[in-house]
Ligand binder design. Structure first.
Ligand SMILES: [Zn+2]
Length: 196
């Protein structure tokens, strides 16, 4: 990521869930909006809201210094981007970095009210703890993911990734309604012009 616009604020009320994987959905919080690389996470509140919307249930406010949650979230996200790109091209992943994050984000199980199931919980004392579910999802993806199927959208101008869980494993686009449709129309026009 070279130039992430800090002025072009886009709401995160509808986070992109096209990744088919929570860690990839986290990657996809930077998007191309009208040709501008845009970071949908612009504040601690944005990060907390994203976590809540994604079902990672977190508090409305945090006790640590303002701005640190956003800073750590962005750092982890860009480390994940490098790790995913490395895994996709057969390069080594910096496991020491992820192990350090795991040490900083311990979790425990809580027995649910039904008495026959448990839920994994993280603390809220540090940015890494608040981001614990995302770190866990990232480690899960990096250690168990099939990186033949973790791909970037085929549109050159698009920065979105997805985990191709389709049966045919031929998914090419982040979304059919955006990149897929645009490229289909472009291909159709090309064919028409070639035939004309
Ligand atoms: Zn796309």
């Amino acid at each position: 990521m070279n130039s992430v616009s800090a002025t072009h604020h886009i709401g995160i009320e509808e986070p992109l869930r096209i990744g088919d994987d929570p860690a990839i959905d986290f990657l996809n919080t930077t998007v191309m909006e009208n040709g501008v690389l845009t970071d949908r996470l612009q504040s601690d509140a944005d990060v907390l809201q994203w976590l809540r919307i994604m079902g990672f249930g977190k508090p409305n406010t945090v006790a640590f210094a303002s701005g640190t949650l956003l800073k750590i979230a962005r750092t982890i996200r860009e480390a994940l981007r490098i790790a995913v790109e490395n895994a996709s091209t057969g390069k080594a992943i910096n496991w020491r970095y992820w192990n350090t994050l795991l040490v900083k984000s311990p979790s425990h199980l809580v027995i649910n009210a039904d008495g026959c199931s448990t839920t994994q919980r993280w603390g809220t004392d540090s940015p890494e703890q608040v981001l614990g579910p995302v770190i866990a999802a990232a480690v899960e993806l990096l250690t168990t993911g099939d990186f033949e199927l973790v791909r970037k959208c085929d549109d050159d101008a698009c920065v979105l990734w997805f985990y191709d869980r389709t049966k045919s494993h031929r998914r090419r686009w982040c979304s059919m309604s955006t990149c897929g449709n645009r490229n289909k129309v472009a291909a159709f026009r090309e064919r028409q012009q070639a035939g004309a």
